[in-house]
Write a protein that binds this ligand. Structure first.
Ligand SMILES: Cc1cc2nc3c(=O)[nH]c(=O)nc-3n(C[C@H](O)[C@H](O)[C@H](O)COP(=O)(O)OP(=O)(O)OC[C@H]3O[C@@H](n4cnc5c(N)ncnc54)[C@H](O)[C@@H]3O)c2cc1C
Length: 428
């Protein structure tokens, strides 16, 4: 990789948001450079749920068939067992919409597929081991990024007309642009661990008992991911009590796991701690800059919305950037005014999802902090509020629809797509 480069769009971060946007821009013949700080796309314990909204987007991108060839589980009617009694959580089959299931899958294979398909188009470049360190400013406007080539240790300077910060919850791009992440307070953390898929009876299931709340999800390919909510900052105490005590707590909630836990959970090194620290950044666009996915709004794990929000952002950002580039005859940074439509469109939708997540999180917090002291007759209704259980009530149904399809339809604008052989539409 050269030290001084130019392109139309630099996308920072190869997560679901950055990869979907890069594919859409590449397919639209727009010069795009996708930068990832890590050497590989292998990552564990990330968002695993791709709700029907994401499936609709994959269909619009012409990739759904290939996505469904990757290892996955389909979840139609996840259940939660509360003190041994089962309730349906979301019932995807009962919702109005084209898909009666959501996908559970790990991210790496999907990200690789998106990058491979983007690379079918001229003008797209993917570079790993290129951490972005700072933004490049020209005449007070964002005009590219400053990065490091980890292979050589050399500084890299990339000029671009739009920088997209898709670099996740601790976004360097957001920080460099001086944008406040708008964090909310949360009283919970979440511990993830892996189980053999054979140990779980359903693609997705939850168990609640006096010792805690356990959620698990099959991921296809013989593995399931399990989540255990703990009070914020209490992980050191849990570790202090020892792994055997933790295994016992999990087994109390789901006795069926007691045989597999000694192997699946040998020590705390088998766990991954997720700090729940949702937020809504104060602004998502500037001259030459657009933030999306977790960089714009750090997802809470409640309702597994992180992937869907990032993918929907990418779909709207694609149309906004393609239009802005086609209308701007200069070769400088795209002005804020031409990117503002993206934020005007996405912010109200994201805010609505975040509001509902925060309501559910309050009920979940009460359960995790005080649940063991509550009699089952009080814990049950609280849990039914915390998880959008059994869409019998109109409100639960609205929550289920919102989590499955988002607050508004998001459609891939394929009018920008070019033939595979076409040259980039614009270049410097
Ligand atoms: C550890 C972790 C656990 C999570 N757990 C859950 C969960 O349980 N449930 C849930 O719904 N969501 C979870 N999420 C969030 C979910 O994974 C995201 O919402 C989803 O992946 C969409 O995110 P994204 O594309 O915006 O960013 P991400 O998927 O976070 O991708 C950002 C990418 O940017 C790269 N990057 C970061 N900084 C730089 C830089 N300076 N230069 C170049 N590249 C950079 C990162 O390596 C990464 O590949 C988790 C996220 C993390 C990080």
């Amino acid at each position: 990789m050269e030290a001084d480069l130019e392109t139309d769009v630099v996308v920072v971060g190869a997560g679901p948001g950055g990869c979907v946007l890069s594919y859409l821009l590449a397919r639209s013949g727009i010069e795009t450079m996708l930068l990832e700080r890590h050497a590989t796309l292998d990552r564990e314990f990330r968002g695993y749920l791709f709700q029907p909204l994401a499936l609709e987007c994959f269909e619009g991108m012409g990739l759904l068939e290939e996505v469904l060839e990757l290892e996955h589980e389909r979840v139609r009617r996840p259940e939660v067992s509360i003190y041994g009694r089962s309730y349906a959580a979301i019932d995807f089959e009962a919702l109005s919409g084209p898909y009666d299931y959501a996908l559970l899958m790990e991210q790496p294979a999907l990200l690789r597929l998106l990058i491979e398909r983007a690379a079918d188009y001229e003008g797209f470049e993917y570079h790993d081991r290129i951490p972005v360190r700072n933004l490049l400013y020209e005449e007070g406007r964002i005009a590219g990024v400053l990065a490091t080539n980890r292979r050589t240790g050399e500084a890299v300077r990339i000029r671009s007309r739009v920088v997209v910060g898709a670099d996740g919850r601790y976004s360097t791009v957001r920080t460099a642009a001086g944008i406040d992440p708008g964090r909310f307070e949360s009283k919970l953390d979440l511990l993830w661990l892996k189980l053999p898929a054979s140990a779980v009876e359903n693609a997705a299931r939850g168990h609640y008992g006096d010792a805690g709340l356990l959620l698990y999800f099959g991921l296809g390919g013989g593995e399931a991911q399990a989540g255990w909510f703990i009070p914020r900052g209490s992980y050191p105490d849990l570790r202090e009590q020892g792994i055997e005590a933790f295994r016992e707590r999990i087994s109390t909630v789901d006795p069926a796991l007691s045989d597999v836990l000694p192997n699946a959970l040998r020590g705390f090194e088998d766990c991954s701690l997720l700090r729940i620290e949702p937020g809504l950044s104060e602004r998502w666009v500037d001259d030459g800059l657009l933030l999306l996915g977790d960089a714009a709004h750090v997802a809470s794990p409640i309702g597994g919305q992180g992937n869907g929000l990032a993918i929907a952002d990418a779909v709207v950002a694609h149309a906004t950037i393609a239009r802005a580039l086609s209308l701007d005859a200069s070769d400088g940074p795209i002005p804020l005014g031409a990117l503002a439509h993206y934020e005007t469109r996405r912010r109200p939708a994201v805010e609505r999802v975040v509001r509902v997540q925060r309501r559910l999180e309050r009920a979940l917090t009460a359960l995790v902090l005080y649940g063991p002291r509550l009699p089952a007759r009080l814990a049950r209704p609280l849990l039914r509020t915390a998880l959008p259980l059994a869409p019998r009530s109109p409100q639960a149904r609205r929550t289920a629809e919102l989590f499955a399809y988002g607050p508004e339809p998001v459609t891939v604008d394929d009018s920008w797509f070019v033939d595979r052989e076409a040259q980039p539409t614009s270049g410097r």
